[in-house]
Design a protein around this ligand. Sequence first.
Ligand code: ARG
Length: 254
Amino acid sequence: MKRFKTWTLLGLALLAAITAQARSLDEVRKEGKIIIATEGQFAPFNYFQGAKLSGFEVELAELVAKKMGVSVEWKALGFDALLAGLRQDRWDLVIASHGITEERSRAVTFADPHYCSGGSIVSLDPAIRTTADLNGKVISVQTGSTYMDNVRKLAGVKDVKNFPQDTDARSALVSRRVDAWVTDKFVASIAIAANPGAGMKLGDFVFIERIAAAVGKGNASLAQGYNKALADVLADGSYSALSKRYFNEDVRCK
Ligand code: ARG
């Protein structure tokens, strides 16, 4: 009986996953609310200020949603769960600094990029600045990130240690458990400025990437509605103002 129940539940979950229909732009508009998931552990892009979700991407998504004529219901989850949840229709959109990759594009539909950046080397040792300097070194990265994928591809790296949160990858560097941390360039600069005593130094890019929000695979209407609203925000000066407030520069893709 117990076995039967388990299988029934599994079957139902599978059916729900297969039949789940991503909500179209019209459906989202009709409800007046878009459900957006992010991580909340990737300052300054998405992080908690006390109990409040904040950051460049959080504020940007609020601006975009406003142009779309809807309010935002936020969900904060582990980085790993975000794109997977889109496939199960647990939220409408994810904005969490995902780089557009071929592999991810097979599973989700990316919107237009909202900033351009890249994975940069951070180290306590001024002699570790370039990808060549990573030879024979131990590197920390966030699990499931493009930093992990790209550092793993480097020949000569001794070991890649991955951590569920980027902040833990940073701690591993600060406590000298690794030789370098690879993370987003802006995340790195802001972490360095916020912890002057830690002695972290910013090195070269390992790779560059275009960062975008994602919707369920094939949810073209929602992607288009979001893209149009993003284009408005990019054109009307509000993106610029927001970006300068966080980074002292405009971080849009050029
Ligand atoms: N840009 C990297 C990637 O695409 C890291 C994103 C990390 N985002 C986060 N919210 N922790 O995988």
